[in-house]
Design a protein. Structure first.
Length: 56
């Protein structure tokens, strides 16, 4: 999870520093991968904290 946070932070900070449109496609791809990893890990973590009876 920490790796995904670091990658997302670096990618977001790179957008203003790299004004080349072609590189933005790569940055968007990397940002999408990092964001999805954060989403999946946070959902799994939330589900592991709840009992089966309290899940919606």
């Amino acid at each position: 999870m920490l790796l995904a946070l670091v990658v997302a932070g670096i990618v977001l900070a790179s957008f203003p520093a790299l004004p080349f449109l072609v590189l933005w496609f790569v940055l968007r791809f990397l940002h999408g991968m990092a964001s999805e990893m954060l989403f999946v890990l946070s959902e799994a973590w939330t589900n592991s904290l709840n009992r089966e009876e309290t899940r919606a």
